[in-house]
Design a binder for this molecule. Structure first.
Ligand code: WTA
Length: 654
């Protein structure tokens, strides 16, 4: 229900929901206050929500001080993350379903994997990896479809104490080999094929191509998902399905320090190549499990579905680690929202009686455009909480989600966070906050968000206000470092605003103190909820023999949120053509992967540059946005005429 008479309509939760929720408004206020006034006491208590082998005595040891950034939580405690996600549930939840696997093809039966079965599978995978030489601290790269074996592999690494690094199956062989080399991985785990939307991506042949550019010693464990034909290199390739038949189904979990790395996940920034975000064992698990419980108001018998891919952080925290640490039933979906048709998400919700559904605005916008009948033909009465993540949600999509999918009954949690943050930082809690379409609302417990003036770097204490979003202090699942490059970590996140973690997003804070994310303020774009550095697409383009120079910016896209707009200057003598547009598009897909495929390529005989040669992206962004009226000051350009040419060409594109 909404109260329409304010500028921003608000949607309070039902009294029934408030009465039964983990937190109502008063609980939230009290817990938030406690978490900020005495973080040691708060996290000392909530740190106990997971099982420790040796309990911690120190809670927080963190510094954002320039030159000395260091983040440690529960630093003298020891634990095993996989044991927390599996073994500790065996006594009470052994026969409960841990993972529901819904295959791409709806005709193929779903699988229900109990905690006992998960234990057997993960132990076998752990023994297989150890047989292949994987030890504590080693890196293992996963390049897998959304199949249960992806979860087994993650948990097997955690059990051994090896560090996993998942590469989204939509990335190209080049991106894969860069990540294998970047973390000096010992083993790559892949599958023969990845079925998705009725098509099959040949993962193993991509892996073969990637392994041509890595050390010869890298071994490859292959899950036979489809049984389709693949090439096989004896001595390098190992058959998971065959080995699993023989492998021992017991395995003793390694005792890990809270600060031992759990995983590396590469993510895009505004400069250079993607960086390996490092998350550690203790703090990450505490925060992932606690946010999963509170933000989704998770209760024991709920069926929880996060539609992300395990290749992204959302899949790490809210398909695998958070839900399984809580002993939940988590759904893994191999397919896409529109296959066989646009009712697939809703059919899966009906089929498995999903209670919490968590997805990205881009999927909602795409489905909204298909009409309501795809939703209305399904029984969605099991849904209780809806969530979104990855990009700002526009009010139209929010309202559609609320009315058509949620039937006006289900609070929407718009969760703002990042690969770097490990878990939700801003979000409403379902029983505590009256939501507002498009607002990520309030900081989670222990999260000290501040709005800074981008020019002075001073905190703004007025309401309403607008500025850049920063964090004043650490939270348990904060990334610890960039793999192999602590200096880059400091420079990227702690140098723009001294003493703060700078998220890279701009925001508004309204008169009620609620946050509204306005989007990235750096050269990172968000395409269908996938985060991408414009610099990466540019370096892919200029690696093509016919391209002299390229500048890439985001522009508003109805479905994807942002599209990829490329300005390309060709080498002397090369003529632009539609064929060349296609060739460049294919080129970028091969260099990075299909998710980086350019939406628009504009031939640019010249790019707007300052006299010192710096490309003025602000102008390029405005042109791509069709916003020619506010190009700002162009007088500092070396050749102001190029702007007119670019505008003329942009107009020709309609
Ligand atoms: C954006 C995904 C608005 C933001 C978990 C952030 C959002 C980047 C939201 C991180 C949201 C994420 N509202 N924007 N609810 N959630 N973002 O690392 O720009 O893939 O910095 O993590 O996505 O993307 P990443």
């Amino acid at each position: 229900m909404s109260s329409e008479n304010t500028a921003n309509p608000t949607y309070p939760p039902s009294s029934d929901l408030v009465a039964n929720a983990h937190a109502n408004e008063a609980t939230y206020d009290a817990m938030y206050e406690a978490s900020i006034s005495d973080p040691e006491a708060f996290w000392g208590e909530h740190g106990k929500r997971i099982d420790w082998i040796k309990p911690f005595t120190k809670v927080k040891n963190t510094s954002f001080e320039p030159g000395n950034v260091s983040i440690k939580w529960f630093e003298d405690g020891t634990l095993n993350v996989a044991a927390n996600c599996i073994d500790r549930h065996l006594k009470t939840r052994g026969d409960k379903t841990a993972i529901i696997f819904e295959p791409d093809n709806p005709e193929e039966p779903a699988q229900h994997i109990t905690y006992k079965e998960l234990h057997r599978r993960v132990c076998r995978m752990s023994n297989i990896l150890e047989d292949m030489g994987v030890r504590k601290g080693d890196r293992v790269v996963l390049y897998l479809p959304m199949i249960p074996e992806a979860a087994y592999a993650m948990l097997a690494c955690a059990r051994i104490g090896a560090i996993h690094s998942i590469v989204f199956a939509g990335f190209s062989p080049d991106a894969l080999s860069a990540r294998i080399n970047g973390s000096d991985a010992k083993v790559l785990i892949t599958a023969d094929y990845a079925p998705r939307g009725g098509r099959q991506t040949p993962l193993k042949s991509n892996a073969d191509a990637a392994l041509l550019h890595t050390k010869d010693s890298v071994k490859c464990l292959v899950v036979k998902r489809t049984g389709g034909q693949t090439t096989w290199v004896d001595g390098r390739d190992f058959d998971y399905n065959e080995m699993a038949l023989e492998a021992d189904e017991f395995h003793t979990p390694a005792e890990m320090n809270a600060e031992d790395p759990l995983f590396i996940l590469y993510t895009s920034g505004s400069t250079g190549q993607p960086k390996g975000v490092v998350h550690c064992s203790g703090g990450y698990l505490v925060f992932a499990s606690m946010t999963h419980e509170y933000v989704f108001d998770y209760k024991e018998d709920d069926i929880f579905w996060c539609t992300a891919d395990v290749g992204w952080v959302t899949g790490h925290s809210y398909i695998v680690y958070g839900p399984l640490a809580n002993g939940a039933t988590t759904l893994m979906f191999e397919g896409v929202p529109t296959y066989p048709d646009a009712s697939r998400f809703w059919q899966v919700c009906e089929k498995h009686k999903v209670n919490q559904f968590y997805t990205a605005p881009t999927a909602l916008r795409a489905l909204m455009g298909q009409g309501n009948s795809f939703v209305e033909s399904c029984d969605l009465s099991s849904l209780r909480i809806l969530g979104t993540v990855g990009e700002p949600i526009n009010p139209e999509a929010w309202n559609w989600y609320n009315d058509v999918v949620g039937g006006g009954r289900c609070p929407i949690v718009d969760t703002w966070w990042q690969t770097e943050t490990g878990g939700h930082l801003l979000t409403p809690l379902p029983g505590a906050h009256a939501t507002k379409p498009g607002s990520a609302m309030k900081p989670f417990f222990g999260v000290q968000t501040v709005v800074l003036d981008p020019h002075s770097g001073e905190e703004i204490h007025t309401y309403p206000c607008e500025g850049v979003l920063c964090l004043k202090d650490s939270w348990p699942s904060q990334m610890r470092t960039v793999w192999g490059d602590h200096e880059r970590f400091e420079k990227t996140y702690f140098s723009d605003y001294k003493g703060y973690y700078f998220a890279g997003d701009g925001c508004k804070r309204d008169e009620d103190g609620d946050y509204w994310i306005t989007g990235r303020v750096d050269d990172v774009i968000n395409v269908s909820g996938h985060r991408m550095g414009t610099a990466e697409v540019e370096s892919a383009l200029v690696a093509h023999a016919k391209v002299a120079e390229a500048a890439v910016v985001g522009y508003p896209h109805d479905i994807k949120g942002q599209g990829i707009y490329c300005y390309v200057t060709l080498m002397n003598g090369v003529e632009p053509s539609d064929e060349l547009t296609k060739e460049l598009r294919t080129w970028v897909r091969t260099e990075i992967g299909p998710i980086a495929s350019p939406d628009l390529i504009q031939w640019a005989p010249g790019l707007p540059k300052t006299r010192s040669g710096k490309i003025m992206r602000r102008i390029l962004r405005k042109i791509a946005e069709d916003d020619f009226g506010s190009l700002g000051d162009t007088s500092t350009l070396a050749e102001p005429g190029v702007v007119d040419d670019l505008i003329e060409n942009r107009m020709n594109k309609g």
